[in-house]
Design a binder for this molecule. Structure first.
Ligand SMILES: [Zn+2]
Length: 151
């Protein structure tokens, strides 16, 4: 399962009741994305909640693909966001805190940790491949990304 399948809406029950509709707990579930994309009922949310929901929509659902929000961009952008937080030196617990503050979503820090670990392993494989192919610049670039991720 991708890490984006393990990102949950915080205060999910409260949010559902404000919206007077049942949204799935998973932030990247189709019905949640649909609700966000259409913006239906968002005026029923309190200000603080609505601001965060709108930030999430603007930051992750703003592409021009025909099949938005099912194009994969929201997931890809969210993963970039996680990697950016990591590159800033944040650990799994801090990453979860920041995503909750920013977007009212959360994950289990163990899941974030495995995501980062598997990222490091993917980069290690890419690094070996670049080395075999003699692509030294590429290898150095990958090594740098790996160090940013692993610290
Ligand atoms: Zn897209």
């Amino acid at each position: 399962m991708a890490i984006t399948d393990k990102i949950y809406v915080k205060n999910h029950r409260q949010l559902s009741s404000q919206l007077e509709t049942n949204i799935p707990k998973g932030a990247f579930k189709g019905a949640t994305l649909d609700m966000l994309f259409q913006g239906a009922g968002l005026e029923k949310l309190d200000d603080a909640t609505r601001d965060r929901v709108l930030d999430f929509t603007e930051d992750f659902l703003d592409c021009d693909c025909d099949n938005n929000p099912y194009c994969g961009c929201p997931e890809r952008k969210f993963i970039e966001y996680l990697l950016e937080l990591r590159a800033q030196g944040l650990g799994p617990d801090a990453i979860v805190d920041v995503m909750s503050d920013d977007y009212m979503v959360y994950a289990y820090s163990g899941d974030v940790l495995s995501f980062l670990d598997s990222g490091v392993r993917t980069l290690e494989a890419a690094e070996s491949l670049a080395q075999v192919e003699g692509a030294d610049d590429k290898r150095d670039e990958i090594r740098q990304s790996k160090q940013d991720l692993a610290r």
